[in-house]
Ligand binder design. Sequence first.
Ligand code: GLA
Length: 403
Amino acid sequence: MNLRLYIRLRTERNRARVAHKFLCFPALAALLTCLTLTSLCEAQAAKKIQPNVSKQPFGKMDDGTQVDLYTLTNAHGVEARITNYGGIVVSLKVPDRTGKLDDVVLGYDNLDGYLKNNGPYMGALIGRYANRIAKGRFKLNGVEYRLAQNNGENHLHGGLKGFDKVFWSAQSGTRPNGASLTLTYVSKDGEEGYPGNVRVTVVYTLTNANELRIDYSATTDKTTVINLTHHSYFNLAGQGQGDILQHQMFINANRFTPTDQSSIPTGKLKNIRGTPFDFLKPAAIGARIDQDDEQLGFGHGYDHNWVLNKQGQALTLAARVREPKSGRIMEVFTTEPGIQFYTGNFLDGTITGKAGKVYNRRYGFCLEAQHFPDSPNQPGFPTVVLQPRGKYRQTTIYRFFAK
Ligand code: GLA
């Protein structure tokens, strides 16, 4: 081989090597990436938590009925504990901005706490009529019905033994989008003074989108009134971790229903502009709560119904609350026309709740999706009448995330 030929061959070989390097390396890198990703995905899939429900005894009611506590978990490890006594949400653990789970609802460690002290209706389902009916009276088709006057001279939250104090039949299950608990209760004709046998179903679903979704439905065999809600006290910093006055609140409402001194609506819808009831621009709950305002005086703080900005029964955003330290945010969506924003004004430190935490004034707030208070006596408010062939339906979602 002469020198020129030798040099040419070497050059060709070197070119081929370089080409080989540049062509093969990306292919190799892509192959390696692919393999790594596949094994990562497999590891993730193996690690992924499936929605789950488990059940444990929670205690016995005074008549000996065994009550259970259901633990619902979603694919992210978010956990809701719900009992079939009163449909009470006993605990709700959601992540802060670092992923740390905390229990964000007030309550008791055991059934006894709820049986003995649940004057504040902590975590419970409320019915047949959430909120107040003036003087415990209303008329339907010319017949007057009389109810317990358990809040001064008014009727509150369904009476002496409302849906918050009854045993619900329970059926738990999992679906691809989360874990659920279906609760049913039949309220007999005349129970707490209300007409009609009313069959109620409430489905709690803890979805993989970190939502606690509540689907309510009810039917009756006689014309009646109905207004259901859920009464959790939230503290997004964690239950028992101080008051809720620094939480930033947004309420999607231009109007609220002002009340008399006993918290019965006057029937008027008042514009929130220029009042401490304006939460269209997010504001700290505590910023104006103690202002010298007649309505705040009547409620001892916020304890009012906001008229949500919406068309008909669409599921729309009602409120958004942000706790600055943890970064937790809760959004409430509902099909209802109103929401009661109550700031725990009647908590007074006499209750020792979960993990020995003492609940002082304004240690929790409620966002109770509802029809307006005293609607049975207020012809101008959206109707709460349920007819035998009709069906009551409500969906309310509490959605959690952190920033
Ligand atoms: C509702 C009422 C409040 C109070 C609480 C329970 O939110 O509007 O006035 O009665 O329930 O303490």
